[in-house]
Design a protein around this ligand. Structure first.
Ligand SMILES: Cc1cc2nc3c(=O)[nH]c(=O)nc-3n(C[C@H](O)[C@H](O)[C@H](O)COP(=O)(O)OP(=O)(O)OC[C@H]3O[C@@H](n4cnc5c(N)ncnc54)[C@H](O)[C@@H]3O)c2cc1C
Length: 306
């Protein structure tokens, strides 16, 4: 910056003194390293475009004046996700200042510039399916998610023959208004039972992972009442997290500010079974293919509408 200013002032006939602690050019500051990029479709901000246009002319003039090679035009590739800062910013500058540009796919880039190996899709689309950590990853969306702790129990059946898969279907039992528990036959790990939507609210970071004796006692109360022959030794417990929405329906939607980002929070304690179809539905959306399912009931903005 200092030498350029001195150069310009001298061009205008000024008496100029340039002082430096070192002897420029040197490699102690920010201006060494043999080469620098100059680029016109300025992704940082379109306001720079008129400035860089002047710089292009300035470097060309210096080249002509000095007789030294200063500027080599190579063209420039701004590579990344279509809505990423680099590509979307460069596109915005090109459009605002009517600069020539082409938008190439990863494949076209590879064909035209064989040195480059841009990945096909990794940078092009993103699915965030972070479960109980979703709020941490997209705080800007302020999704109305509550994280609920749920304990699961496996008991040794007292009468094993009653608990084989052919004898006991999965069951969901509303044993009191709004109070539900559910269970499975013994697949070798014991009879699995758990309460539904009766857990304490927590976070993925703070969740209590241990299951207390009083919790076990509570479930044994239900076993005694409704599944007495499963009320054997406790084989195992586990703590699992529900990511609940206020209406207990899923969130399956494109990020409102980032069209290449898909937000998938299909839980509220009942998402697993759908996962194989949800993956398909999300792939339909991301690949612009025929949508098998109308995902509008799972849109993010429904919470703002409520
Ligand atoms: C790795 C790297 C890559 C970059 N790539 C690009 C690029 O591709 N395109 C681009 O446009 N920009 C690029 N930049 C940024 C660009 O190089 C800098 O913005 C620019 O060089 C800054 O110039 P300057 O004159 O402000 O700083 P400097 O070049 O560091 O000049 C400051 C001078 O002040 C002198 N000085 C400091 N204190 C005193 C003192 N007390 N008394 C006397 N002298 C003093 C120093 O000795 C030094 O010579 C890059 C920067 C880096 C580091």
């Amino acid at each position: 910056m200092g030498t350029s200013t001195a150069y310009q002032l001298a061009l205008r006939g000024q008496a100029v003194l340039g002082i430096d602690q070192f002897s420029p050019p040197h490699s102690f500051g920010s201006s060494h390293g043999k080469s620098r990029i100059i680029r016109e479709t300025y992704f940082e901000d379109p306001l720079y475009v008129p400035f860089v246009k002047r710089a292009y002319n300035g470097w060309a003039e210096l080249q002509a004046r000095s007789g030294k090679r200063v500027l080599t035009r190579t063209g420039g590739l701004m590579i990344g996700a279509p809505d990423g800062a680099v590509v979307s910013g460069a596109r915005a500058s090109a459009v605002e200042h009517r600069l020539p540009y082409e938008e190439l796919s990863a494949g076209e880039l590879r064909d035209r510039f064989p040195a480059l190996r841009p990945p096909d899709d990794a940078a092009a689309r993103l699915v965030i399916s972070a479960g109980p950590w979703m709020g941490d990853l997209v705080p800007e969306l302020a999704l109305p998610l509550e994280i609920e702790r749920n304990a699961v129990y496996w008991f040794d059946p007292l009468k094993a023959a009653e608990f084989t898969p052919d004898k006991l279907p999965v069951f969901i039992h509303e044993y009191a208004p709004g109070r539900t528990w559910y269970g499975f036959a013994n697949f070798g790990d014991g009879v699995k039972v758990a309460l539904h939507h009766q857990g304490e609210l927590t976070t993925a970071q703070a969740v209590r992972r241990a299951v207390s004796d009083s919790e076990v006692a509570g479930v044994r109360g239900l076993l005694k009442a409704f599944l007495p022959d499963a009320n054997g030794a406790l084989r195992a417990t586990s703590v699992c997290l529900y990511t609940n929405t206020p209406d207990e329906n899923f969130i399956l939607d494109v990020h409102p500010e980032h069209p290449a980002v898909f937000i998938a929070s299909p839980c509220s304690g009942h998402g697993f079974k759908f996962s194989i179809a949800i993956g398909e539905a999300i792939a339909d959306v991301l690949m612009g293919e025929r949508r098998r399912f109308d995902l509008s009931p799972f849109r993010i903005e429904r919470f703002a509408e409520a």
